[in-house]
Write a protein of this length. Structure first.
Length: 191
């Protein structure tokens, strides 16, 4: 389960625990581990304090697709050798930045990742080598499940992006319910 740009923090751990309580083995990586012992962000102030916003965007910018793909290989090896994890393909998911990472790593590891979900995926409709490779892998055994949540991009636009990424002429449908909260809902530990 890949976190959003705010990184691994209590709200993400709560979501991971919810997934684990349903019987899933959940790995929640610290995508910013290369920054050493970094100070967690307060999602309440990260966009109101210039210094925190700059720090956030610097850390986001330092995380390259090839790093995520390489890290995912290590995660997959760890899961494959862990005695409590069932053998076979795994699923991956993420929110916003984590949703993009989820799809990128799935496109690079289609033999090990059987499903990928991106909730409110950020930077999906851009032309980068990582996203092109993800689109090229759509004919593999990888099945992608994407959901557009939130209101910041609009349901119809989000559904078109999903169809484009997956090479679909129709579906998945626009999600009429959406997520009733704003983009940064995941800062709320009760969300």
């Amino acid at each position: 389960m890949y976190p959003d740009a705010g990184g691994t923090r209590p709200a993400m751990r709560i979501i991971a625990t919810r997934l684990a309580s349903s019987g899933y083995a959940v790995l929640l990586p610290d995508v910013y581990y290369r920054h050493g012992n970094w100070t967690p962000f307060s999602m309440d102030t990260v966009f109101t304090l210039d210094s925190e916003r700059q720090r956030l965007f610097q850390m986001i910018g330092s995380l390259k697709a090839d790093m995520s793909v390489r890290d995912c290989g290590a995660f997959l090896h760890f899961l494959a050798t862990h005695p409590d994890v069932k053998t076979g393909p795994v699923g991956t998911t993420g929110y916003c930045m984590g949703g993009r990472i989820s799809l990128i790593v799935a496109g690079h590891h289609p033999d090990r990742i059987g499903a990928a979900a991106s909730f409110h995926g950020g930077r999906l409709a851009i032309s980068t080598p990582a996203m092109r490779r993800t689109r090229c892998r759509r004919d593999s055994q990888l099945r992608r499940c994407l959901a557009q949540a939130g209101r910041s991009h609009g349901d119809a636009t989000g559904a078109r992006v999903v169809r484009s990424l997956c090479g679909l002429t129709e579906g998945p449908p626009e999600l009429p319910c959406g997520h009733p909260q704003t983009h940064w809902w995941s800062h709320n530990p009760c969300a």
